[in-house]
Design a binder for this molecule. Structure first.
Ligand code: DC
Length: 212
């Protein structure tokens, strides 16, 4: 079974993807983690969003330590901002495309794979039999993100998180290559007033109804 989960930042797509993976014994790839890992790698070399250059950024993918995906450092909002900048570079996306498709066709564990990101259903795995598009009001997402960061000990303010998220949304939705969008065959889940259990139940009901 292959499941594509796309959605906006802090929409709950990652939580849903992890739960689906556990439930169906599927391998899980957080593809945002790939862009974040490359962003952190570049930042550690002194490269900024202003100085990042498409082809040299893409060339770093081959040498990228994929263990960085598990590093808490990639969760920082500065890394997220840089990730959304390099994610708009076609050569970077092309480099990660191969890796993502390879993960889906040869999942390291389990009986298939769940990939979550922005363009899984539209570009990476357009033939995935199950697709979700997860979204929520931006104020709700910014509030969730503020709470998460504060719980992790960072002193952030809601209005700054909201402004960052608006800028990131605009970049993710407005870029010319693989913009964030819901494909026709994706099941839309608006998580604005749902908790994680309700989102999971809605996704399972969709999978059951589709008979996949
Ligand atoms: O899901 P996330 O917040 O970890 O993603 C970080 C950034 O990576 C996000 O701003 C957009 C980009 N991204 C992307 O362009 N395509 C994906 N499949 C996943 C993430």
């Amino acid at each position: 079974m292959i499941i594509a989960v796309d959605g906006s930042a802090a929409s709950g797509k990652g939580t849903l993807a992890k739960r689906l993976a556990r439930h169906f014994d599927l391998a899980h790839l957080d593809t945002g983690g790939l862009y974040r890992a490359l962003a952190l790698h570049l930042m550690r070399s002194g490269i900024t969003a202003e100085t990042a250059e498409e082809h040299s950024a893409a060339a770093q993918i081959a040498a990228l330590d994929l263990e960085l995906i598990n590093s808490p450092a990639i969760r920082d909002d500065s890394v997220a901002g840089m990730a959304s900048v390099i994610a708009a570079m076609p050569a970077v996306r092309a480099g990660f495309l191969v890796l993502q498709r390879d993960f889906a066709s040869h999942p390291p564990t389990g009986h298939g794979a769940v990939l979550d990101g922005r363009d899984i259903g539209s570009v990476v795995l357009p033939d995935a039999p199950v697709k979700f598009f997860v979204d929520a009001d931006i104020e709700v997402r910014a509030e969730r993100r503020t709470n998460e960061l504060q719980a992790a000990g960072q002193s952030v303010m809601f209005r700054d998180v909201l402004a960052d998220m608006q800028a990131r949304d605009a970049r993710d939705r407005g870029r010319s290559i693989a913009p964030l969008r819901a494909v026709e065959d994706a099941k839309l889940i608006d998580t604005s007033s749902l908790d994680a259990d309700q989102v999971f139940a809605s996704a399972l009901a969709h999978i059951d109804a589709a008979g996949t």
